[in-house]
Design a protein around this ligand. Structure first.
Ligand code: N01
Length: 517
């Protein structure tokens, strides 16, 4: 965004809480942290030179490699001079004709346009468990992992949470811990990632093919360069259907979904797919009781964000790993020595890891302390749940634009693709506002229509069936239940954003600054 606005000749400055660049990849340094999108397309597309000069080394990039890439981008485009690091925004208020931003360090910034790039998954959700402060060992949330690392060699480690993060961290922690106890509340589906080094010829092939790869991404439902199969899996004989699932399983990763048409819209297709994945858990995990506890039965496959893994289910065959079902026997307290369950069972621990996710999508924006027209706090405007127009702006908050905000495809897509689409769209809007000396904010009518459409788009899929999903805000106690991301597909969404711009932004109230002055 900074690069793009600079290109328009606009004075731009970035405020960043961390003391380095990298965002999610700066903070999430837990053991096993790796991207679920493949490296050749989990990257920027705005610079052909950048695409060609950067060499990815693995099918899925690890945290350290992505962080080096982002540091390279910051240097390559000379971005650091436009950022203040270690600068946490404490509040931002619309002052009538500009935004006034205060930081925790006592600085004050003003700007005409405020663009948020705070990410969707940056507000750590640490469960409020009685006694945590009394724990004599060390505890960490995966999204705030110590930069010096945590040596678990020979120690007793507990992990709470079996989402994408827990599923990545558990096998790596188990390899060095004396004992690993996994506290599972909801069993999850997971597909083998099948990570491997990227060969020179594969990497060269991707580089030669980027124009076509980007085209497929732009036309896709979720920003991944996968063409969704047109095979009607239900029409196949059982053995052929299983063979299709098996081939997709062997190829691994998020592209498993692309092999199964209608998996998120047709319950019968989803049932077949979910049953195939459950059979894989049974055939991988030696102890049938442990396998049953690990088998998801409360939500259809992919209605919660589907994790991908390296040896996740295999890890439960290790003698130093135990699984505790905290749905059956909930965590009652953290004690000085470990975790105590409602039954009174005690699990002594030296290290406790919370892989418990985030106050997703709305949380990072609420933390900014935003106040719009008439001093209305975003927290009040969103008391019934986050509402935006196109996920790009909020009624009552002039000249505020939200990269991958709630109500946009964001977390249902390959994030760099959605981020770039928003950056381009916001840059065009800002150029329009500057050219015509206008302020802009979504109209309440457009925002209400969009909220209806976001709901309809989710209801046309099986996604709302996952009752405990963070897509719905269900993972944070007291958070309003609203389906937050837009599930209507990336290409369709991009078309709607383009149409909004082409029509002169009819969903926005555009006010002349001259008249206001
Ligand atoms: O968080 P999650 P995450 N007691 O919310 C459990 C992205 N990501 O950090 O399902 C006990 O998915 C909770 O249980 P339940 C990706 O988009 C990407 O794993 O609520 N358990 C669940 O098992 C992902 O989806 C990548 O019943 C508690 C877990 O903690 C998103 O980040 C890698 C609990 C939280 O799972 C978030 O994933 C990792 C409690 N009080 C993540 N509270 C890559 O691309 C929560 N849980 C690499």
């Amino acid at each position: 965004m900074v690069h793009r606005l600079r290109g328009l000749g606009i004075s731009v400055h970035g405020l960043e809480a961390a003391d380095g660049v990298g965002g999610t990849w700066f903070w999430n340094r837990y053991p096993g942290a790796r991207c679920d999108s493949e490296s050749y397309y989990y990257c920027y597309a705005f610079s052909r030179e950048l695409e060609q000069e950067w060499d990815w080394t693995e099918r899925y990039p690890g945290q350290a490699e992505i962080l080096s890439y982002l540091e390279h981008v910051a240097d390559r485009f000379d971005l650091r001079r436009s950022f203040s690091l270690s600068t946490t925004v404490s509040s931002a208020s619309w002052g009538g004709d500009r935004w006034v931003i205060d930081t925790e360090g006592g600085e004050r910034w003003t700007c005409r346009w405020l663009v948020t790039a705070v990410g969707c998954l940056s507000s750590a959700n640490v469960p409020d468990i009685p006694g945590l402060a009394s724990f004599a060992g060390e505890w960490h949330h995966t999204g705030q992992w110590p930069h010096e690392g945590v040596d678990v060699t020979g120690r007793r480690v507990g992990v709470v949470g079996t989402g994408s993060t827990g599923i990545q961290a558990i096998p790596v922690l188990a390899a060095s811990a004396a004992h690993l106890t996994v506290f599972q509340r909801t069993a999850n589906f997971s597909i083998p990632a099948r990570n491997a080094p990227l060969s020179t010829s594969e990497a060269a092939g991707y580089k030669a093919d980027y124009a076509a790869i980007r085209e497929v991404q732009q036309a896709s439902t979720n920003g991944h360069p996968f063409v969704v199969s047109d095979v009607d899996t239900l029409a196949l004989p059982d053995d052929e259907r299983r063979a299709l699932f098996q081939r997709a399983w062997e190829r691994g990763g998020l592209r498993f979904r692309a092999a199964v048409r209608d998996v998120l819209t047709d319950p019968a297709v989803n049932d077949e797919t979910s049953e195939f994945l459950r059979s894989k858990i049974r055939s991988t995990v030696d102890d049938p009781e442990v396998a049953e506890t690990l088998t998801p039965r409360d939500h259809p496959f992919a209605t919660k964000r589907p994790p991908i893994d390296t040896d996740y289910f295999e890890t439960y065959n290790r003698p130093n790993v135990s699984l505790v079902d905290v749905r059956a026997d909930p965590i009652e307290a953290v004690t000085r020595d470990g975790v105590r369950l409602a039954s009174g069972a005690e699990h002594p621990l030296d290290v406790l890891v919370f892989a418990t996710g985030f106050d997703a999508l709305s949380g990072p924006l609420l933390r900014l302390g935003l106040r719009g027209r008439d001093g209305v706090a975003l927290a009040d405007a969103w008391a019934e749940g986050a509402a935006t127009y196109l996920g790009l702006g909020v009624a009552g908050f002039p000249n505020l634009f939200t990269i991958t905000g709630p109500g946009s495809p964001s977390v249902l897509t390959n994030m760099p693709t959605s981020i770039e689409q928003h950056v381009e769209w916001i840059a065009d809007l800002v150029a329009h506002l500057r050219a015509h000396d206008l302020d802009a904010e979504p109209t309440p009518e457009a925002q209400a229509r969009w909220a209806d459409h976001v709901r309809e788009a989710a209801d046309a899929t099986l996604l709302p069936q996952a009752a405990s999903s963070w897509y719905l805000g269900a993972n944070v106690p007291g958070k309003p239940r609203v389906f937050l991301p837009y599930a209507g597909g990336f290409a369709r969404y991009r078309g709607m954003c383009d149409a909004e711009a082409a029509a002169g932004y009819p969903g926005f109230a555009l006010r002349s600054r001259r008249r206001a002055a």
